[in-house]
Design a protein. Structure first.
Length: 133
């Protein structure tokens, strides 16, 4: 499925800020648009108003870059409470959240990804040799 209108929720960190900046550069000239970016101070407790705004804007998907812990846990709980029926994507902070590690069902339905990191040509050569790709 193609997602053209993406709504982003973002914990205010330099790391996530730079990821969004890079993502916007990569999407320039494509038919995929980040329609909204809502930024939050770390320790955000209540996402309900924001989630109502997300629902009203009717994006194709929601991308959440939230720090592990209270931010991410509250967000995931409140998306269920609000019956948010959108494809939900997030960064690898999901894999580092202690509560989610103990009970992965907390993040059920969320698709998360690791970030592309360059390993350079030596790594790529070893990868190709080992996996014959």
């Amino acid at each position: 499925r193609a997602y053209q209108n993406i709504y982003v929720l973002l914990s205010e960190t330099g790391f996530y800020g730079s990821i969004i900046d890079a993502l916007q550069q990569q999407l320039a000239g494509t038919n995929v648009k980040i329609t909204n970016i809502d930024r939050f101070a770390q320790g955000q407790q209540d996402f309900r108003t924001t989630l109502s705004r997300v629902k009203k804007s009717k994006p194709d998907a929601l991308l959440a870059f939230l720090v592990p812990g209270v931010d991410l846990q509250n967000f995931l709980r409140q998306t269920r409470e609000q019956n948010l029926n959108l494809p939900l994507f997030g960064g690898d902070s999901v894999a580092f959240d202690e509560k989610i590690q103990k009970d992965p069902s907390v993040a059920e339905g969320m698709i998360y990804f690791d970030y592309l990191r360059s390993g350079g040509e030596p790594f790529a050569a070893k990868f190709r040799a080992r996996f014959k790709r």
